[in-house]
Design a binder for this molecule. Sequence first.
Ligand SMILES: [Ca+2]
Ligand SMILES: [Ca+2]
Length: 148
Amino acid sequence: LIIKHRLVYKPMFDSTDNVISSQHGRQCYYFSISSLTWSESRDECRQKEGDLVQIDSREEEKMNSEWDMFWIGLTDSEKEGTWLWVDGSPLNESLTFWIHGEPDNRAWYNPDGEDCVMMGKRAGAPDLKCWFDESCKYTRRSICEKPA
Ligand SMILES: [Ca+2]
Ligand SMILES: [Ca+2]
């Protein structure tokens, strides 16, 4: 299981369901442990009547950044460099958590560039900066949310 450290999480499914759920504020989060592309991850979230997580506060970032590495609901696939959340709202530039040097749209490595956002790897960093853009075709776990 990927749950550790935080008592606030209340698992509502066991590991056989591939999904772990927790509640924080009025949002309900599903930490999917299936490794999927960004679009597949989003489909999975929507099947559960939610969507990929949108980070609306430092608190939400802090909570979710303690996890390993996950897709979040942020993409610039429509227009390069214009970051939109899955509900169509623009990224608030005063509330971003990019790792230094990201996003870099590394086209030399991924011919299509990098248009989807993952968070993690630097879990626990005091500045919470753990976002990076990545090829949407990579397969990773994801975080879904829906109103509790
Ligand atoms: Ca991009
Ligand atoms: Ca990148």
